[in-house]
Design a protein around this ligand. Structure first.
Ligand code: DC
Length: 217
């Protein structure tokens, strides 16, 4: 059984998917973490977003491995656990840029399909229902307004004691939406057979319950 959850940045996909996975006994697969790991490699190795040749050859040198430790997904980039590093704001923004590259998408597609073939999983990303797992038993398109998503992110950063500028966060979200929805290969869009959930006015528990109900009735 595979559940696909797609939607824009900050819609709450990972929070929701983790809880649903726990309730149903599935594994949670965060595909954004894989794109973030590739972006981290490009940043650390000074590879420019315009340099398609070096991006393609870097993809041949990169190994991405997913492991589950204490029920949590860890991502290994060439055997280094990068699970914490990839959460930086800059890495997320660059992940959106490098995710538009064919070499990068090709590299991750088979890894994602292999994991889904071997496990009951709930996988989140941008193109899971439309491209990675077109035959997923359940597809969810989880969204929320830009203002809601920006405010959630702002509060998250403030709670962690980090600097946060609401207007800047809003601009970053809009840019990321534009890039993810308008790229040529596998852009973010709702699959025709996906269930639309707008979490702007829903609690986390309500969204989780709505998804579990679709699986177990
Ligand atoms: O979900 P996230 O914010 O961690 O994802 C980071 C970026 O990776 C996102 O802006 C676009 C890209 N991505 C993608 O293109 N396809 C996916 N399935 C998952 C993420």
């Amino acid at each position: 059984m595979n559940i696909a959850i797609d939607g824009p940045a900050g819609a709450g996909k990972s929070t929701i998917a983790k809880l649903v996975a726990k309730k149903l006994g599935y594994i949670y697969v965060d595909t954004g973490a894989m794109y973030r790991s590739i972006a981290l490699y490009m940043i650390e190795n000074g590879i420019s977003q315009d340099d398609d040749t070096n991006i393609a050859s870097a993809c041949n040198k990169i190994s991405i491995r997913i492991a589950y430790e204490d029920d949590t997904q860890h991502v290994y980039l060439n055997n280094e656990d990068v699970s914490v590093k990839i959460r930086m704001e800059k890495v997320g923004n660059m992940a959106s840029v490098f995710a538009a590259k064919k070499a990068v998408r090709d590299k991750l597609l088979s890894l994602q399909r292999d994991i889904a073939a071997q496990n009951d999983c709930i996988m989140d990303g941008r193109d899971i229902g439309t491209h990675v797992l077109p035959n997923a038993e359940l597809k969810i398109y989880l969204t929320a307004s830009v203002d809601t998503r920006a405010m959630r992110r702002y509060k998250e950063l403030v709670e962690k004691g980090q600097d946060a500028n609401l207007e800047q966060i809003k601009e970053d979200i809009k840019q990321r939406d534009y890039q993810d929805m308008n790229r040529e290969i596998a852009p973010l869009k709702q699959a025709e057979d996906a269930v639309l959930l707008d979490s702007s006015n829903m609690t986390i528990d309500e969204v989780v319950a709505a998804i579990c109900e679709k699986v177990i009735g």
